[in-house]
Design a protein around this ligand. Structure first.
Ligand code: MSP
Length: 477
């Protein structure tokens, strides 16, 4: 029996183009899934868009477009970016999908009601549209949300609340026992310390806004004047996409999720609210939440006003998917914040890809093509333990280091054994050595699969066909 492996990305807000940070989440996710596939698991990879938001409506109106029409355009941009990055997702869920998403989102709501965890209450507070969450006075700096630089809205309304407070101990136990695993440990401690202050009930619906078209916002079951709070509806995507509440074939097969990949800014939603919802609805919890850091540029948050935003589309145009995936995998630490500039990117490209991997492949395959009669596919050996265990611990950069250590070792072997000389003095020994090099290069090709699927394929094919491939990574000046 094959093991199943279900991984999700966050679903992205479609108010603007995706930037490098979004590309990062998705690429890390893709690498993890491709590794599981290589290990023989039956995988399911979900991504999507989080569409029922005021910010999206505002962005649409600013462009003079109807929200739903605006969404289609943005979502098609997302898909283009994913294609460009070679993301091997199985499904793209949209939270405006009334067939796929709404029934399941409403079903989980009904389960919360049945558990006695939903109640109505008049409420007033400050709402940050950037966070899509209420924030408190003490979170503000100069009256503004420090993360978004915007003045929050004052809201006074009646809506439904979820009894999150009731799950304080239960959620803490699940996290402490490791039944709900949070990686890395620093994030586990962060959320445990947050939970230890006691969780507060959260507003879980909003009155339907007049400027929201039909088809936007999941109606609260039994009360059409209210729509579900966007985070409640969004988190549900992880099960609605599998057919929870509709056709449950995938749900039965793949839930609970093996991994939810998220950025550090959405930790509380995923490790407090979501597990509490699932406990309330009597649904099994996901196994692991992997929390990555943020990409900065030149030590600063990417922002339009600083002019340091890196557009993934532009990088893809110039360098291609393989190089972008490589950089994100190896040069950004998955657990901490990582920095990226155009300069650091180009430097890594030239050193590690053009001179490193590309040059090595060309050297070995030139020798092989000239001196060997035919190529051969090596026996498939197990993947090295340090590589698989690094990937299992989400230490993506360390796993990539394992591959680059091999690349370096191969380079050194060529320098030390000088096959181009040996072949002249001892043809037999020279051929044997070159053959060995091709076999080791093949293994490098195989290990590259999760990170750089196309390069992996090209290298393996070159070895089998005994043919030097076209230049893999032309130098950039
Ligand atoms: N819609 C919510 C998620 C709902 S999941 C049920 C959301 N969307 S988002 O578009 O704002 O962010 C999506 C992901 O991108 C988050 O994991 C976030 O952490 C990540 N990133 C956004 N900016 C980032 C960087 N600069 N660097 C790395 N990841 C970042 O939140």
């Amino acid at each position: 029996m094959k093991e199943t492996f279900y991984l999700t990305t966050p679903i992205f807000y479609p108010n603007a183009k995706l930037h490098m940070g979004h590309a990062y989440t998705t690429t890390l996710s893709d690498i993890i899934v491709r590794h599981r596939r290589l290990m023989g698991d039956e995988t399911y990879f979900l991504t999507g868009s989080d569409e029922n938001t005021q910010k999206m409506v505002d962005s649409a109106r600013k462009e003079g477009k109807e929200p739903l029409e605006f969404l289609d355009g943005i979502v098609s941009n997302f898909r283009t970016l994913y294609k460009g990055l070679d993301i091997s997702y199985d499904q793209f869920i949209r939270t405006t999908d009334q067939k796929r998403h709404w029934p399941g989102a409403q079903l989980i709501w009904k389960k919360l009601v049945e558990a006695g965890d939903i109640y109505k209450k008049a409420y007033e507070g400050l709402y940050c549209v950037g966070h899509e969450a209420f924030i408190t006075e003490k979170d503000l700096v100069d009256g503004k949300c420090p993360d978004h630089g915007t003045v929050p809205e004052f809201i006074k309304e009646e809506n439904y609340f979820f009894k999150l407070s009731r799950y304080t101990d239960a959620v803490r136990e699940k996290i402490e026992s490791g039944e709900l695993k949070i990686v890395p440990d620093t994030r586990k401690h962060e959320i445990l310390s947050f939970i230890s202050q006691g969780l507060e009930d959260v507003s879980f619906s909003r009155p339907r806004k007049v400027d929201w078209p039909q088809g936007l916002g999941v109606p609260v079951p039994g009360d059409d004047s209210q729509v579900m709070y966007v985070w409640c509806d969004a988190l549900a995507n992880y099960i609605t996409a599998l057919g929870f509440g509709t056709d449950e074939t995938l749900y039965k097969k793949f839930w609970p999720a093996n991994v939810h990949v998220i950025g550090k800014d959405i930790l509380r939603f995923h490790t407090a609210i979501w597990p509490a919802m699932l406990l309330s609805a009597n649904i099994p919890l996901p196994k692991t939440i992997f929390v990555h850091g943020f990409i900065t540029s030149g030590g600063k948050k990417m922002s339009k006003s600083l002019g340091n935003v890196i557009d993934p589309e532009e990088l893809l145009q110039e360098y291609g998917a393989e190089a972008v995936r490589y950089y994100l995998a190896r040069h950004i630490s998955p657990f901490e914040d990582g920095d990226m500039t155009r300069e650091s990117f180009k430097e890594a490209y030239n050193a590690d890809l053009a001179n490193g991997l590309g040059n090595l492949t060309a050297r070995i395959m030139r020798l092989a093509e000239t001196h060997l009669g035919a190529g051969a596919r090596p026996e498939v050996a197990d993947l090295p333990g340090e590589y698989t265990s690094a990937l299992e611990r989400f230490e993506i950069n360390k796993a990539a280091d394992v591959v680059w250590d091999r690349i370096q070792a191969l380079d050194q072997k060529i320098t030390e054994t000088a096959p181009f000389k040996l072949i002249k003095t001892d043809a037999e020994a020279g051929k044997k050595l070159i053959f060995e090099l091709t076999q080791e290069l093949y293994v490098v090709g195989r290990l590259l699969n999760p990170f750089m699927p196309e390069t992996s394929k090209k290298i393996k094919e070159a070895v089998i066909a005994n043919k030097k491939p076209e230049t893999l990574f032309p130098r950039k000046d």
